[in-house]
Design a protein around this ligand. Structure first.
Ligand SMILES: O=C(O)CCC(=O)C(=O)O
Ligand SMILES: [Fe+2]
Length: 259
């Protein structure tokens, strides 16, 4: 097993060994900023120029002008398919394939709907000092199970890895919390209904660490690894992006990758 695979599947259950190169990170920044500004222009045309001048990393300075949670529902944060297709052609995708073998991307999934034929790359905003902008610890597998995504947004026996990528991030001050070696244990959790949609509730004790990730530094982890957003202690809005790699079978069992 190569070094990245062994970090991801053996210990500590995640890897930040791979980084999106600067010019490719710029492609992400352009696509995300374009969609961000487009949503503001549609809902608040009178404020759009101000937001454009500040830029997405300083979004929080103007966020009081908008209804934040309503504006940023997931449909406004899933990149348009033409951007997804352009991003898929970049070298970071080839790097991922070399490490893990062949995969596809998950379909766009909303709480109550899966959009077949559309591939999902979505982003999120975490404003400084806003505890409500981050969710509790979870394993992505819990979401997949509760929403019944297996066999729908992803194949029946499929296995997934998450690629969490910081787009604007201040290492050590904001980013993703992960629980080392959490992927081989069962953690107590329950289900609650939020607007009729099942969501997992973490009911256990764990010691998460904030992995310092400069922009572009991908955090790759399996669907069993416990993780959650860190409350942003920085000065900028944290912008990050999520891609779910779907494998026909668990790559760790397949001797995957050529690296
Ligand atoms: O970015 C966050 O705060 C949470 C991300 C997450 O849960 C994920 O990437 O699966
Ligand atoms: Fe997650």
């Amino acid at each position: 097993m190569n070094a990245v695979l062994s970090e991801v599947f053996e210990a500590p259950g995640y890897s930040n060994a791979l980084t999106i190169p600067g010019d490719e990170l710029e492609c992400f920044r352009r696509a995300i900023s374009r969609q961000w500004l487009g949503a503001i222009q549609r809902a608040y045309p009178q404020h759009a120029d101000q937001f454009e001048a500040r830029g997405i990393a300083r979004y929080h300075e103007l966020a009081h002008l908008v209804d934040h949670s309503r504006l940023w529902n997931k449909s406004n944060r899933c990149l348009p398919q033409e951007d997804v297709q352009a991003l898929k052609k970049l070298n970071f995708m080839t790097d991922l394939q070399q490490e893990f073998g062949e995969f596809s991307l998950s379909s766009v999934a909303y709480d109550n709907e899966i959009v077949e034929g559309q591939e999902e790359i979505y982003w999120r905003l975490v404003r400084p000092h806003q505890a409500g902008d981050v969710g509790p610890l979870h394993a992505d597998k819990w979401f997949h199970e509760m929403l019944g995504l297996q066999g729908r947004a992803m194949g029946q026996n499929s296995y997934t890895l998450k690629v969490w990528t910081p787009i604007y991030c201040e290492p050590g001050k904001n980013g993703l919390l992960l629980v080392p070696n959490s992927h081989k244990r069962n953690w107590k959790h329950s289900t609650t209904l939020v607007n009729g949609v099942p969501k997992p509730v973490f009911e256990d004790q764990a010691d998460p660490v904030l992995v310092p990730t400069p922009p572009g530094n991908m955090l790759i982890f399996p669907e069993e690894t416990l993780h959650g957003g860190a409350v942003n202690q920085g000065n900028e809005t944290r912008v990050s992006c999520e891609i779910t790699l779907v494998f026909k079978h668990n790559p760790a069992l397949m001797g995957a990758g050529q690296a």
